[in-house]
Design a protein around this ligand. Sequence first.
Ligand SMILES: Cc1ncc(C[n+]2csc(CCOP(=O)(O)OP(=O)(O)O)c2C)c(N)n1
Ligand SMILES: [Mg+2]
Length: 916
Amino acid sequence: MLSSNLEIQWTHSGGAYSLYEGAGMTQWADIPMDDSDPAETQEWVDSLQYLLRDVGSERAQFILHRLQDEMRKSGHNLPFTANTAYLNTLPAEDQPSYPGDPDIERRVRSLVRWNAMAMVVRANRNSAGIGGHISTFASLALLLEMGFNHFFHGPKNGAPGDQIYFQGHAAPGVYARAFLEGRLTQQQLENFRRELQSGAGLPSYPHPWLMPGFWEFPTVSMGLSPIMAIYQARFNRYLHHRDLKDTAESKVWVFLGDGEVDEPESLGAITLASREKLDNLIFVVNCNLQRLDGPVRGNGKIIQELEAAFRGAGWNVIKLIWGTDWDPLLAKDDKGLLKKRMMETVDGWYQKYVVEQGSFIRDHFFGVHPELLKMVEGMTDDKLETLRRGGHDLQKVYAAYHAAVNHTGAPTVILAKTIKGYGLGEAGEGKNITHQAKKLNESELLNFRTRFGIPIGDDDVANAPFYKPADDSEELTYLHERRDHLGGFIPERTVRAKPLAAPQRKAFEEFFKGSGEREVSTTMAFVQVLSQLLRNPDLSQLLVPIIPDEARTFGMETLFRKYGIYASQGQLYDPVDMDQLLYYREARDGQILEEGISEAGSMASFIAAGTAYATHGINTIPFFIFYSMFGFQRIGDLIWAAADMRTRGFLLGGTSGRTTLNGEGLQHQDGHSHLLATTVPNLITYDPAYAYELAIIIQDGLRRMYEEQESVFYYITLYNENQGMPEMPKGVEDGILKGLYKFKPGADKPDRAKAHLFGSGSLLKEALRAQEILAEHYEVSADVWSVTSYKELRRDALEVDRWNRLHPTEKPRTSYIKEVLKDADGPIVAVTDYMKLVADQIAPWVPGPYTTLGTDGFGRSESREALRRFFEIDAECIAVATLHTLAQQGTIPMKRVKQAIDQLDIDPDKPDPLST
Ligand SMILES: Cc1ncc(C[n+]2csc(CCOP(=O)(O)OP(=O)(O)O)c2C)c(N)n1
Ligand SMILES: [Mg+2]
């Protein structure tokens, strides 16, 4: 037994501490502690120790497995633990020899550290409050530099290259390295966080939008990079299995914070990675035990918690906790006292050891047991203070990475224990404030300089100057040699795919003719457009349909059989519907990504597919169709990341419209995704009513994104209401794309009052019915317009206004909306199945009175008809709104409106949908 019941008291100058070790023998796992026969227990323990000592660990493992088997066979449960001891996973004796030059690498790393720190310090001196982070990279420096020197592969000479997701707040370290590599100028570093300065600056974090030749992945919104990376690794497999690209040698590395794992997205998809056996994926969790405010798990151990989660999910877990300094101590630890102490100490204490002196560590950590004290009696306090953690130990980090890249059959996570603000000393190393440390005073700079041996003289240090050695120095020569060897600089974003010719408009002629007697929805029309593209020999292979378990809702099961659902293992069973034409066919080369119920995962797949033009030089074209309600409001941040990343492709918001999706009620009925979509600058949004509009929009989207290579992507809403699709009127293509065109003029009768009705999507139908009501009963001639995109109309009008404002003496330009409505006399009433604000977007440019009708308020489970009356957007309400606007103008008397309300059977005292 390692210890008996025991409570140890010891004192320290700072006060008294006590440690309760718990009852009974040392526990690694949660097992019952009543030992009814200690002598017998000891026999078993002795046998095991004999095996370990005299035969070997493999034999011991075999015996334990056999015993477990026996238990299971006899129908008994086993105590479960997903944890191993709080030790390095890789035994010290199995470490591979180090292939690099530790000394030069240390010098390079030190320079990167210095420049990264100087970048933040200088930025904050020049511009108080500009911010920046020193301590994250300080903890990560070796973990990244090891990758740069030995593991990260660039895409040189046709190699697929690796994809590296850098911890966002460590960006200064990545810039500092690129500075040494000669890829960034001193002026850029000087203008860190000052992007608008002349000579260019640098964005705070990785943003491909802002540095399209440098950053590949936006990683700073915590939790997104792990999920994006998992699906990136899976997409690499997809490309491989579909023979689109050989990605066998490509690895995806993700560097994330230990605090970051609290974001649900961080761990939310880890079972996909193990299920898919993604051994091309490596997570490195920078376990510096701190987040922004304080410890990540002060009362526990984040590494143990993550080990259990990842092991439970089937990952290969490599714990990298202790540096080489600890190996001799552990070798002496026959009784397991040190291991026990390591295990029982919580992270809050480990953080404290960083800021305390060696004497404290001796008293507090080793002082709990005389034998532990004895173990370190030959070591000075200084030595105890600098006992290294795994993530700061060259040999150990190399061994972990080496094991990770060679592991097969499962993804790997490396849980690397580090120190936040490593090297900052008094300026914040390990302190709770370290995340916010932006400035170092003179003595702190001096200490940093000395600790890392930066060749800057005492007189200069206070300025925190950048330092770059001569191009032919040993350091830079080494650095370049390593990157050359590994395939070029990283990160580097290059658009490798060639422009792809989009199909001509005439290829979509079938959609221009109308559906005749047949009633179809725009969702069905979309599936037909997609099917047609899938038959196009030039595009077919590149299309990536993505669905989160809603294919049947959208009528896409028709694609299952022909194109197959991607499944890396193929189909290991006979599907229940195999005898049917449209059976659920899974295949290794399946084209459809059926992602299960994960909009976040589907979006991550969309991003991987929509950026493959850069990442892999292949123009894959994703079409991600989802319930529009579960798009922007659920995964809006991933959509924002997609925008930043210059993702191309089509997002399709199915079952859209607060009244068109009837029956489903409050949580499903979307009346605002178009509003949220408006916030994404490079997203082109459309709300089409008819099949021909949809076809024109998709054709143009393909042209703009893949032929013209514009950095835009599309959001198109689709409805599930069937209707006869009309033939495309002549000459409307341009209007469809610009956002507005006249669909059906009213009767040309000069004696009648004139009005204009704007309708979008399914509500265009109601506008057309209102046109009839107004003509038949109220002598109003209304033109009906289809508004396909309020966002596009507004974008154009804003651009024109701005140009006119900044060019006051030149001939003013006219916005499309003003141009197209210049002869539109009479009021305009707009109706949408979205909130009124969607239509209100264009109010400043609309001539004359403008009334908007929309679906503000919570949805209801009801029929379409009842819902449209409830939200006051049906034809009758449109007619009343039109008459009211005409009456406000003085064109007709108010009492006519009152009559209409009665005649059209509208209850004037009905509840207001906005507040009920
Ligand atoms: C989604 C999101 N929420 C909050 C933040 C703000 N934030 C930036 S760094 C940070 C703490 C990070 O801690 P950790 O993940 O442990 O990384 P470390 O800096 O310790 O390496 C927080 C909360 C963010 N970037 N993203
Ligand atoms: Mg942390």
